[in-house]
Design a protein. Structure first.
Length: 178
């Protein structure tokens, strides 16, 4: 439960009390949430940066995209995000179901994190392709495919990490300020 308190000599601030206070200041939960937050910040920051700079590279020479072609190039990250969501949702569930079948009904939450390896590899390859295509002015298709792979890596990786986080912190996933 979150309660707003006004402390003497300080501006009004949000103080966490009860279970929420224990959750945010418990040593295990704090370390786990810091790792998960750093993953989200790194992947989102990379994708935001590429989304912002891609039109600046496609419109001027050597690519010289028209406004219509530049707008059409935005389908690459959209397709990558949809494929990443499909991967993150159904493939991760498939991995968990296979693990449960193989281990006679035993479920280990960390099994969810196996679904992050392929998106991490795709993100690594996409960033190398992105950099090499800009450095050596490779065909625009390489640049657009790299853009789509970056979106795939972000969405698929974030979906797997979020599934793990919600399973790990299930008692706190629905606690809010009431």
């Amino acid at each position: 439960m979150c309660v707003i308190h006004s402390l003497p000599g300080q501006p009004t601030g949000l103080l966490l009390t009860g279970t929420s206070w224990h959750f945010h200041h418990g040593p295990n939960c704090l370390v786990r949430t810091a790792r998960l937050e750093s993953h989200a910040q790194l992947t989102a920051g990379r994708v935001i940066g590429i989304n912002f700079t891609m039109p600046q590279f496609l419109v001027p020479p050597p690519y010289s995209f028209s406004p219509a072609a530049e707008a059409a190039s935005w389908t690459a990250p959209m397709v990558g995000a949809v494929v990443g969501e499909l991967w993150g949702r159904w493939f991760n569930d498939f991995l968990c179901n296979q693990y449960v079948k193989r281990h006679h009904g035993m479920y280990v939450l960390e099994n969810r994190l196996w679904g992050t390896y392929a998106p991490a590899l795709a993100a690594f390859v996409s960033l190398v392709l992105y950099g090499q295509s800009l450095q050596h002015t490779l065909h625009w298709g390489v640049l657009v495919v790299a853009w789509g792979l970056v979106a795939f890596g972000m969405v698929a990786g974030t979906t797997a990490v979020t599934a793990y986080a919600l399973g790990e912190l299930f008692t706190y996933s629905s606690i809010g300020c009431r």
